[in-house]
Design a protein. Structure first.
Ligand SMILES: C[S@@+](CC[C@H](N)C(=O)[O-])C[C@H]1O[C@@H](n2cnc3c(N)ncnc32)[C@H](O)[C@@H]1O
Length: 431
C-alpha cells in the first residue's frame, strides 16, 4: 500500500509542534538545544518514512557517509533513486519494534502517528537520538537550518522560529560566499592563484566560488570582457590590473600577462585572473595555467558561464531545442575562413543541421556567411547577432546568411557579439 507523503518536518523546535503526547521532561522546551556535529561515517542511521522529509534529509546523511537504512513501504522517486544507486538500503515495509537496533541516530517521519510514537519510545529506550517530523517536542534531537560554503558548515537553531533560523543561515552562508562576511581563514593561510571565469558580463552571472575568491584576492588581473562592475566593489587595498594595459615591450601581450601572474604569485600575493565567460573557451586560460605550472605555481581554475550559451539565452535563443536542433557547435571567427591560420572546417560545418555559434566573428561575418552558403547552407538560414549580451547595453540584430553582411553594416553591429546561426534563432519568445 502506498504510504502518503507525510507533513513537512519542522526545521526545529517547539514552534511548529502539534503535540500528540505530553513532554516527558517538563523543562525541556525551556532549555536551549546543545549543538553538536555528528560524525556519522559508517554508522547506522535509521530513517522511517520515505516521503518529503526523508527526501530533504537523506542527501546530507549520505554526504556524511552514514550507513542509512530506510524503512518504508513507499518512497518518493528521488528517495527511490538513492536506493537504486546504492546510497541507502531500503526495506519496503512499515516500521516494526526493534528496527532501531544498532542505530546511532533516527529520523522518524512516517505518516502513521502510532508508528512514530512507538519508534520514538524505542529510541528513548535505546538512547538513540531521534528527530520527529510530527512532534518536535517529543523528539530528542532537532534538525538545525544548515548550509555550507567552502568547507564551513553553518547550523542555526533559534528554538522557536524555524523561518528565522533559515534566514540567519542564508545570511551567513551568503556573506561567506560573497565575501561580505569577513571570516578570514587561519592566519597562515597560503596565498592562491585562481583563473576565474567571470561569466558574460552581468555581475550576477559569476559563480559563487569565483565571487568568493575575488573577495579574498590581493591582486586582480581583469579582462575587458566579463563582470567589470564587480571590480568597483573590491576594497581599496586590492590592486586591480587591466590586462589590456599591461605593457608588453619585447613580449607578446599574452606573455606579458603570464609574466604578471607569475610575478605577483611569486611575491606571495593571492591573485585572481578574472576572465570573461569561461577561462577555457577561447579564453587562453590554459596558456596561463601552463605558464604558472612552468614557474612551479599551482592554480585553481574556476569555470564560468560561457557567452557562447548564455548570451544567446539572454536574447531568448536556445542553442538546442527539441525537434529543432540536436547539436550546437561553437567556433571562433577571429580569422577569416580562407585564412591559412584558420583551424575551422567550414565545409563540414555547412553540412550540420544544428546550431552554429560564432564568437569573435563580427568583422568576418560576411565572409563566414558566404563560405557557409558556398558549401551548401541555405541562404535564408536565420542568424542573430547579440551584442554586449547580459549587460544594460544588450542588443539583438536578426538577419539571414544572405543579408547579414549588409545588416551588420547598416545597423553598425560591433564586438563583442555572439553570432547564432540556425533554426533556433526563430524559436522562442522573439519569434
Ligand atoms: C576571446 S572570446 C572569450 C570568450 C569567453 N571565454 C567565453 O567563454 O564567453 C571573446 C568573444 O566572446 C564573445 N562575448 C563574450 N562576452 C560577450 C557578451 N557579453 N556579449 C556578446 N558577446 C560576448 C564575443 O564573441 C567576443 O568576441
Amino acid at each position: 500500500m502506498a504510504e502518503p507523503a507525510e507533513p513537512a518536518e519542522p526545521a526545529e523546535g517547539p514552534a511548529q509542534t502539534q503535540p500528540q503526547s505530553q513532554p516527558r521532561h517538563a523543562a525541556r522546551a525551556e532549555h536551549p538545544a546543545y549543538l553538536v556535529g555528528l560524525r556519522l561515517a559508517g554508522r547506522r542511521v535509521v530513517v522511517l518514512g520515505g516521503g518529503q522529509v526523508a527526501q530533504r534529509r537523506l542527501p546530507a546523511l549520505v554526504a556524511a557517509g552514514a550507513d542509512v537504512a530506510l524503512i518504508s513501504p513507499s518512497a518518493t522517486p528521488s528517495v527511490e533513486a538513492m536506493a537504486e544507486a546504492g546510497q541507502i538500503t531500503w526495506t519496503r515495509r512499515r516500521y516494526r519494534e526493534g528496527d532501531l537496533a544498532g542505530a546511532w541516530y533516527a529520523l522518524v517521519s512516517t505518516s502513521d502517528p502510532v508508528a512514530n510514537e512507538t519508534a520514538s519510545a524505542e529510541a528513548e529506550r535505546t538512547k538513540t537520538w531521534c528527530v520527529r517530523s510530527d512532534d518536535a517536542e517529543a523528539a530528542t534531537a532537532w534538525t538545525p537550518a544548515t548550509g555550507r560554503s567552502e568547507g564551513v558548515t553553518v547550523a542555526v537553531l533559534t528554538g522557536r522560529d524555524p523561518r528565522r533560523s533559515a534566514a540567519v543561515r542564508d545570511a551567513v552562508v551568503e556573506g561567506l560566499r560573497d565575501g561580505s562576511l569577513a571570516a578570514p581563514h587561519s592566519r597562515d593561510r597560503s596565498p592562491f592563484v585562481a583563473l576565474v571565469g567571470g561569466g558574460p558580463g552581468d555581475p550576477d552571472l559569476i559563480t559563487v566560488r569565483g565571487r568568493r575568491l575575488l573577495a579574498e584576492a590581493d591582486v586582480v588581473i581583469a579582462d575587458r570582457l566579463g563582470p567589470r562592475d564587480l571590480l568597483d566593489e573590491l576594497p581599496p587595498h586590492v590592486e586591480v590590473i587591466d590586462a589590456a594595459k599591461i605593457p608588453y615591450g619585447r613580449f607578446m601581450a599574452q606573455e606579458a600577462i603570464n609574466n604578471a601572474l607569475v610575478e605577483h604569485a611569486k611575491a606571495g600575493r593571492s591573485v585572481v585572473r578574472l576572465k570573461g565567460g569561461d577561462p577555457f573557451v577561447f579564453g587562453r586560460g590554459m596558456e596561463e595555467a601552463q605558464a604558472l605550472a612552468e614557474a612551479g605555481i599551482a592554480c585553481t581554475v574556476v569555470p564560468g558561464i560561457s557567452s557562447s550559451i548564455s548570451v544567446p539565452a539572454a536574447a531568448g535563443i536556445p542553442v538546442t531545442h527539441r525537434g529543432v536542433a540536436h547539436e550546437f557547435t561553437v567556433v571562433s571567427g577571429h580569422v577569416a575562413p580562407d585564412d591559412p591560420r584558420s583551424l575551422v572546417d567550414w565545409k563540414s560545418l555547412a553540412k550540420l543541421t544544428g546550431t552554429l555559434v560564432v564568437l569573435m566573428g563580427v568583422d568576418k561575418v560576411g565572409a563566414i556567411a558566404r563560405t557557409l552558403i558556398a558549401h551548401g547552407k541555405a541562404p535564408d538560414t536565420p542568424l542573430a547577432l547579440v551584442q554586449e549580451g547580459t549587460t544594460a547595453a544588450q542588443r539583438r540584430v536578426d538577419a539571414t546568411l544572405a543579408t547579414v553582411a549588409d545588416t551588420v553594416r547598416a545597423q553598425d553591429v560591433r564586438p563583442p557579439a555572439v553570432i547564432v546561426i540556425g533554426a533556433v534563432v526563430t524559436e522562442g519568445p522573439h519569434k
